[in-house]
Write a protein that binds this ligand. Structure first.
Ligand code: ADE
Length: 246
């Protein structure tokens, strides 16, 4: 299963499919077909934790996927991250989960876990593919110098670590500061990953979540968002998924 939180991203991946069949279920379109001779199902998850949970449960239960790859964009929380960097998530937390005082803040009720770890064997392979893609000469084959300049991307890097998700687009310094104080190791924030992690964990499906940094979760967060997805995140996702499926 290949899921994306951005419609533009999914459209470019669908272009790689052969023998495509489409199914409309629960307000989503699922594109089944072959990508480099492997059976895949590609779908746009829509935004937020519930939307992502609906989509991934459908992929698991109706399409019987064996593994999930999720790509999308995220806002940087850690000061070392910049626009154009890529994050592979190792563990996921829902930053808006709070059943205190009954249950410690951020803990998933009754599951007794705060973080869900990614169990995918594809993490190392993905890391190699992304490192390679971000090398200067390879990056220039994918994205023009003008586009890199437009988003201030100079030497993009790969980071591997913690991701937080919640049903909020983070675009102010105070909230960013709170997240950093609550989760000192946190790399970035988005709106689906921890929900995907919880569903996959419940059904014992390995999952890999890859996020491109589109903004720094501050007051400039909405600027050029759509353009960034079209010109950068889309191209990264297509290149990464295509290589992963070889
Ligand atoms: N996805 C991309 N940027 C984000 C942000 N700043 N907050 C939440 N989700 C995001």
């Amino acid at each position: 299963g290949i899921m994306g939180a951005m419609e533009e991203e999914i459209s470019s991946l669908i272009g790689l499919l052969t023998d495509t069949q489409t199914d409309h279920i629960g307000g989503r379109t699922y594109y089944s077909g072959k990508l480099n001779h492997q059976d895949v199902v590609i779908v746009f998850s829509m935004w937020g934790k519930v939307a992502a949970a609906i989509t991934v449960t459908t992929l698991i239960e109706l399409f019987q996927i064996q593994e999930l790859i999720f790509t999308g964009v995220a806002g940087a929380i850690h000061p070392d991250l910049n626009i154009g960097d890529v994050v592979i998530g190792t563990r996921f937390v829902q930053h808006d989960m709070d059943s205190s005082p009954m249950i410690p803040k951020y803990e998933l009720p009754l599951i007794k876990k705060t973080f869900i770890e990614s169990s995918s064997d594809l993490k190392e392979q993905a890391a190699d593919i992304i490192q390679n893609m971000l090398e200067e000469n390879h990056l220039h084959q994918l994205i023009s110098q003008d586009e890199l300049d437009q988003f201030g991307i100079t030497k993009p890097s790969l980071f591997i670590g913690e991701i937080a998700s919640g049903d909020q687009f983070i675009s102010n310094g105070e909230k960013k500061h709170q997240l950093r104080a609550a989760f000192p190791e946190l790399l970035c924030v988005e709106m689906e990953g921890a929900a995907v992690a919880q569903v996959c964990d419940a059904f014992h499906i390995p999952f890999l979540i890859i996020r491109t940094i589109s903004d720094c979760a501050d007051t400039h967060a909405e600027i050029n968002f759509v353009e960034f997805i079209k010109e950068v995140a889309n191209k990264y996702s297509k290149a990464i998924v295509n290589k992963l499926m070889c």
